[in-house]
Design a protein around this ligand. Structure first.
Ligand code: SF4
Ligand code: SF4
Length: 818
């Protein structure tokens, strides 16, 4: 064997080899106790070894040169080289393993080797010490960085609540005491802020302020991350991994969610606090008050009794809602500094929105998040209600296929082929259509006009929305015309509050008006009247665009938009964002504001809060604007959002009820001659049903004060959508133009055996039964899925919804099949 070591004589090395054994090592190979046992010495004689200690992320690397010697330590486990460090071969080589028994012989026979070994050990220790120092310095700098970050993060304890005033006074009294403190309060109530203010008040700006999330240390049963690693590089020589206590020396250590620490760590902490050698002020933070009975056995020490005695309980934001204006000013001062915006004003409506929200997720921290988002969305301008987004962000609702991952779909959208080209075509078509309709009274052109609007357009609107969401809104000729006008001029006045508050009620009344006019004016038979109706809707959209910003017409007024929105909730297509990315990566919110020459969301939506199709008209602006590719265009289980949505407008439920109910007077009008013959009778019945249903819905939902309380009931009403939609489909089937052709074809096939009228009736009835059954099953599925998230009391309402669905199905069936 060739001896490569140059600091040991070849003959001596040959002697040594006789005393031990040589093993071959290969690159990447780790040296385990299978090859080396406790108390042995390793001498690399060829190749290089890497000695590392610490965990994977913070490895200290000590590459050996060929002359190094590694002692293998006495270890309790015996199954690895040593806990905390390991030896890895960097290249192919050989290692001589000398057993403990050979050691005395080495001293006697080859004292020069012994000297080399000791010398080598000292060199290694020096090296390790230096590296240790660098490591320590790095950690200290890191601790400093964390402290500076806190300085910018925390500003003041704002508010007038009695406890907050009391704690503000206490800060200066508690600061110099350096006693441990116990801070209790819900998430985001300001426990860490209070801890920081106490730390800072003791002129501790420059001393470490370290916060530790105890939830991240569940696997650390011994508390090595707090107290430092045991063992370490060379046992007993202080070359341990540093613990947070050491990093916080002279300063403050915050242990967040302290109750999650293992019992052993708690005992070690209590023992440590007996003499507190490193002069660390410990503050423990917990969301729930500690249960003394749980702690008594473990923490029956004076220190812990003292720790629990010095407790401060921070109130939730719900308990100090009056502090919200003060908190807003304080937080906005801090946030404007961070984002370099001027201090904005907040409109009264926005303030009300902030005051009416309950902040159950994270109190003041949640308020701060909402304000920061609003500040960026308002782009330094006045913050209005449109900029305030509250509530839970839904993450990963379940199975879905994102079609934006297909390059062809992506190209179609990014090149603006969709929706621009179909929308321009539709807008031009609309005006030609209005002109032709007004100029014709009947004949083939008149029939074509009426057929296109009433027999194709109207049912197609229902079908396409149920299949592809508000896709028709994105190519809508009314909005397209309004867009063209708005691009040239708009007053951009704020949308009136009443309009925003009662939009779906206004929409349902306008929609009922169209339905009523349709029946009493025979508009279905008159091309000029049909043209006039289209013109009125177009003018409405244009006027709204001239006066108000973005698509106010689509969002708050358009009756067709209301109907399409209702249908879109059952569609198997949805546009959503990846909540994780929006929340943690995005700081610009371009989906809302717009960029790159593409307008922002026309419906004023911040994508991460969109959890239903009503809020999205599939214009695809956000797909182009989002800098993080966070948007997904999903194929999903139909109607899923009905039982998942948390952000739907509560007026939507009233629209659904009226939309369903108004079909009843229309069917009565068709079936009963005395109603058909009297406009007054029909009108009374029609409006009585519309208003009666509207008020009942209003009473059931509007009477509840908060969104959280109203949401389960709203969702239960939304469960009726599949059935209501099916009822409208079933009614519209009789107007489909292809039905007579189909009938003729069937008649031809049967060679006239069956009366054509009979075929028509049975085919129509069959389709109606099919559609109604599908709708009813859809409603049952929605009720079942919604029930999972309901409380016991709310479950009672689901029985009411079921009863309502059965009665509605029976009523519509009787009227349709009579
Ligand atoms: S969708 Fe894109 S732009 Fe909008 S919030 Fe999410 S990441 Fe930001
Ligand atoms: S969410 Fe996106 S696709 Fe939907 S309306 Fe807003 S910008 Fe258009």
């Amino acid at each position: 064997m060739t001896i490569i070591r140059d600091n040991i004589d070849a003959k001596v090395m040959a002697d040594l080899i006789e005393l031990g054994r040589v093993i071959e090592i290969f690159p990447g190979e780790k040296i385990h106790t299978g090859k080396v046992t406790q108390g042995q010495w390793l001498l690399p004689i060829k190749g290089r070894l890497r000695l590392s200690f610490g965990d994977e992320e913070s490895q200290e690397i000590l590459d050996s040169d060929i002359n190094a010697t590694f002692p293998v330590l006495e270890l309790p486990t015996g199954d690895t080289v040593a806990p905390g460090y390991q030896l890895t071969a960097l290249e192919r080589g050989q290692v001589l393993i000398l057993p403990l028994a050979a050691f005395s012989e080495i001293v006697q026979k080859t004292p020069e080797v012994f000297n080399i070994m000791v010398q080598d050990l000292i060199t290694r220790l020096k090296e390790a010490d230096e590296k240790n120092w660098v490591y320590r310095r790095k950690e200290n700098l890191y601790a400093r960085l964390l402290t500076e970050e806190k300085q910018n993060k925390h500003v003041e304890l704002a508010g007038n609540h009695q406890k907050i005033r009391q704690y503000r006074k206490l800060i200066s009294q508690l600061a110099p005491l350096r006693q441990p403190l116990y801070l209790v309060g819900e998430k985001g109530t300001g426990k860490e802020l209070l801890a920081w203010l106490i730390h800072r008040d003791n002129d501790d700006n420059i001393r470490p302020f370290i916060t530790v999330e105890c939830g991240d240390m569940l696997d650390d049963e011994l508390g090595e991350r707090i107290f430092g690693g045991i063992g370490g590089f060379i046992q007993g020589l202080g070359l341990n991994r540093f613990g947070y206590l050491e990093l916080a020396a002279g300063g403050t250590l915050i242990l967040k969610d302290f109750d999650l620490l293992s019992p052993l760590v708690l005992i070690r902490l209590a023992a440590y606090m007996e003499d507190n050698l490193l002069d660390v002020r410990i503050m423990i933070i917990s969301r729930e008050p500690a249960e003394p009975s749980n702690w008594a056995d473990l923490l029956n020490t004076d220190e812990f009794t003292r720790l629990l005695a010095n407790s401060l309980m921070l109130p939730s934001l719900r308990d100090r809602m009056r502090d919200i204006p003060l908190l807003c000013s304080s937080l906005l001062r801090k946030l404007t500094k961070k984002h370099q915006y001027p201090l904005p004003t907040i409109t009264k409506e926005a303030q009300e929105k902030l005051l009416n929200y309950k902040y159950t997720q994270s109190n003041v921290a949640e308020l701060e998040e909402i304000l920061e988002r609003a500040l960026v969305l308002a782009d330094g301008g006045e913050i209005n209600a449109e900029h305030i987004f509250t509530g839970v962000i839904l993450e990963n609702p379940g199975i879905a296929l994102d079609v934006l991952q297909f390059p062809s779909v992506n190209r179609l959208i990014k090149n603006r082929i969709y929706p621009r080209i179909p929308q321009v075509a539709a807008s031009c078509g609309l005006w030609i259509f209005i002109l032709v309709a007004s100029a014709t009274q009947g004949g083939i052109v008149g029939t074509l006009v009426l057929g296109a609007v009433w027999s194709i357009g109207w049912p197609a609107l229902l079908f396409s929305s149920a299949l592809a969401g508000r896709f028709t809104c994105s190519i809508c000729p009314f909005a397209g015309t309004a867009d063209m006008v708005q691009k040239r001029f708009s007053f951009n006045r704020p949308v009136p509050r009443l309009l925003k508050q009662y939009d779906y009620i206004i929409m349902s009344l306008l929609f009922s008006l169209i339905f009523w006019v349709e029946e009493v004016s025979r508009i279905r038979e008159s091309p000029p009247a049909t043209g006039l109706l289209l013109l009125v809707i177009t003018l409405g959209a244009v006027l709204a665009a001239l006066y108000y910003p973005r698509h106010t017409w689509c969002r708050h007024i358009c009756p067709l938009g209301g109907m399409v929105s209702v249908c879109s909730m059952v569609a198997p297509l949805e546009l959503r964002s990846k909540a994780e990315i929006c929340r943690h990566k995005c700081t610009t919110f371009d989906c809302y504001k717009g960029s790159k020459g593409v307008a922002g969301c026309p419906l004023f939506q911040h994508l991460s809060f969109v959890d239903n199709n009503v809020a999205c008209k599939l214009c695809m602006n956000c797909v182009i604007n989002c800098p993080h590719s966070s948007i997904m265009l999903n194929i999903r289980p139909p109607a899923r959002e009905i039982w998942l949505t948390r952000h739907v407008n509560r007026g939507m439920a009233i629209f659904v009820l009226i939309f369903g109910a108004q079909l009843i007077p229309v069917l009565l009008y068709d079936k009963y001659q005395f109603i058909h013959n009297s406009i007054a009778t029909f009108s009374i019945i029609f409006w009585a049903i519309v208003f009666g249903t509207g008020f009942a819905g209003w009473w059931a939902i509007r009477s509840l004060l908060t969104e959280e309380e109203a949401m389960p009931r709203i969702r239960l009403v939304l469960c009726l959508i599949p059935l209501v939609l099916a009822a409208h489909f079933a009614y519209q089937l009789q107007f489909l133009p292809m039905l007579p052709s189909l009938l003729l074809y069937l008649h031809h096939l049967m060679n006239g055996v069956v009366e054509s009228q009979l075929v028509l009736i049975s085919l129509l009835s069959f389709l109606r039964i099919l559609v109604l059954s599908a709708g009813f099953i859809g409603t049952l599925i929605c009720i079942g899925a919604s029930r999972r998230a309901l409380t016991a009391t709310e479950k009672k309402y689901s029985v009411l919804t079921f009863a309502g669905a059965v009665s509605y199905l029976l009523t519509i069936s009787i009227l349709l099949f009579r």
